[in-house]
Design a protein. Structure first.
Length: 378
């Protein structure tokens, strides 16, 4: 027997909502936003469309309680990463209690449970008190312009971000920072070492220092929620042709950050490395550029939301596990805007890889837990 929640999930997977900033030709969020808005309206909710960029709009479903109370936001992103290497990414396949397809785990499974939760409350007599918001946002997989726009207009007393946590109650996650490093050399014919200066070899010196720094960062005392920071060399480019000394090399790197680390810590670390290399070799030429960062997140310790959701998880016979997630989420943006948030979503596997699935029973369990949470919290 098909459950409506699962039907919603299948419909979401069937729509190509690949983030167009990540993958050229990606479907974007216009079609999926229309579908979600229509589903919410059919369920009797007030729906607002918040245009964030051309063809990219957040959808906000609003359910007002009959009395004053607290407000709870359920927030999820509609976009997915690309589909390269997948056979049938938009063809939802149900097998052995799993649903396969791009976005099934990240995070159309969580989104479907949140949509179904607010619809179920609306049709079962509505919300006794407070207010419930369903916020389906654009662009989480790239620059989170959706969540950035959302918090300029919509606030709540708490939020649940339905990213896939394997039913763990995530009360924090790491931040990240992107830095670009360029080394300079001197182009020359490959047969003339006296004239050439090799920018790629110079980058190798930077890379060796970065690797050492990464080991040092990862051997620091772990934060109880965030663990340790880390860094990796993500993208590298340089050189002109085989027979020429390369006069440039560019590296784009990512540093994952934890609470207590200074703003722009990666940029400062890289500048220190470049200064050291310059003082060791006056000919060494390199520069660093800060590209982008998002802060780590911690749910306020005294907030009752983690406790409440923990009791609901335990009430279903599961052991409530509280902790941090490694990946960054829109919860950091909601948190910065003064909305205490947790991250909670279904089990699955394969997010961002070619075989992705979510467990059906978890999508349904998340829905039921969110229904109880909203009625208890608001
Ligand atoms: Zn996600």
């Amino acid at each position: 027997m098909s459950d409506r929640t699962i039907d919603i999930l299948r419909d979401l997977i069937a729509i190509d909502s690949v983030n167009p900033s990540l993958a050229s030709g990606g479907g974007g969020e216009a079609e999926i936003a229309n579908a979600i808005a229509a589903t919410l309206r059919r369920g009797g909710l007030d729906v607002e469309i918040q245009e964030v960029a051309a063809g990219r709009s957040n959808v906000i479903g609003i359910l007002e309680g009959r009395q004053q109370g607290r407000s709870l936001m359920l927030c999820g992103h509609m976009d997915t990463v690309g589909v390269a290497g997948m056979d049938a990414p938009f063809d939802p396949v149900q097998k052995d209690g799993r649903i396969y397809g791009r976005g099934s785990q990240d995070m159309k499974g969580g989104l479907a449970s949140m949509i179904a939760a607010i619809l179920r409350i609306a049709e079962n007599g509505g919300l006794a008190a407070g207010r419930m918001l369903l916020a389906a946002v654009v662009d989480e997989e790239y620059a989170s312009i959706g969540a950035d726009a959302l918090v300029t207009k919509w606030k709540a007393d708490a939020a649940v971000v339905g990213e896939p946590t394997d039913m763990k109650i995530a009360v924090g996650h790491k931040g990240f920072e992107w830095v670009e490093i360029t080394t300079e050399g001197v182009a020359a014919h490959g047969s003339r070492p006296a004239d050439g200066r090799d920018a790629i070899m110079r980058m190798a010196r930077v890379l060796a220092r970065l690797e050492k720094l990464d080991h040092e960062i990862q051997s620091r005392k772990p934060h109880p929620i965030h663990g340790t920071g880390s860094l990796h060399a993500s993208l590298i480019n340089g050189g002109r042709e085989l027979s020429t000394y390369p006069d440039w090399c560019t590296l784009q790197m990512e540093r994952r950050t934890i609470a207590g680390e200074p703003n722009r810590c990666a940029f400062l670390e890289v500048e220190k490395i470049l200064d050291d290399l310059k003082s060791e070799d006056p000919e060494f030429k390199a520069s660093a550029k800060f590209l982008f960062s998002r802060p780590p997140y911690l749910t306020p310790e005294d907030h009752d939301l983690p406790q409440m959701i923990g009791a609901l998880v335990a009430g279903r016979g599961m052991k409530p596990v509280r902790g941090g997630m490694t990946f960054w989420t829109d919860a950091a943006i909601l948190g910065e805007a003064g909305i205490p948030s947790i991250v909670f979503g279904p089990r699955g596997a394969g997010l961002h890889s070619t075989l992705e699935y979510v467990f059906e029973e978890d999508v349904l369990a998340c829905r039921d837990i969110l229904i109880e949470l909203a009625t208890g919290f608001c």
